[in-house]
Design a protein around this ligand. Structure first.
Ligand code: COA
Length: 140
């Protein structure tokens, strides 16, 4: 797994992965995003020092993305390219991405999202609270 910063050329892939039905079901906001709105958000995100977007790739293609939102505490989220899910690749992507962040990191994960809960627990996150179907997990 190789990680790199996202670029303009990743815009449409991230839009497709974002609108994948499973991604939407597991997101805090499950509405479909149109390409124009996504492109505006994505361009802003690339320029925003509080947001880090990383892309993981293998020789087979783009495996997925990890996003960090740096606020008082850093929030992490992950979204795999649907074509690469269920193959045990998420840990390599998340683990490498987390190596680039110092200090505490949290994630919000729906209780029904068993794969994500398992992934984050294996990456050292522990549930510290939550409610209404959404758990808050922290590492560090
Ligand atoms: C969550 C996500 C990143 C996990 O990636 P994945 O490729 O599907 O999962 P993996 O194959 O790497 O498996 C991760 C772990 O979850 C387990 N797992 C996978 N699907 C599972 C399921 N339905 N129920 C229980 N455990 C499951 C795997 O066995 C593995 O655990 P292990 O290492 O102990 O064997 C991916 O499904 C995804 O992008 N989902 C949509 C977006 C999302 O939910 N993001 C997280 C929001 S914070």
């Amino acid at each position: 797994m190789r990680l790199r910063r996202a670029t303009e050329a990743d815009c449409v892939d991230l839009w497709r992965w974002r609108n994948d039905p499973v991604t939407r079901a597991m997101s805090r906001t499950s509405d479909e995003v149109d390409l124009a709105a996504h492109t505006a958000w994505f361009r802003g995100a690339l320029l925003n020092p509080s947001i880090t977007l990383l892309i993981g790739e293998t020789d087979d293609g783009k495996v997925g993305m990890v996003r960090f939102d740096h606020r008082d505490e850093t929030e992490v989220s992950i979204n795999l390219n649907p074509a690469f899910r269920g193959q045990g690749l998420s840990m390599a992507l998340l683990g490498q991405a987390l190596e680039s962040v110092a200090g505490a990191v949290f994630a919000e994960i729906k209780d029904e999202n068993a794969a994500s809960r398992r992934l984050f627990e294996r990456a050292g996150f522990r549930r510290i609270g939550g409610g209404q179907g959404l758990g808050r997990y922290r590492r560090g």
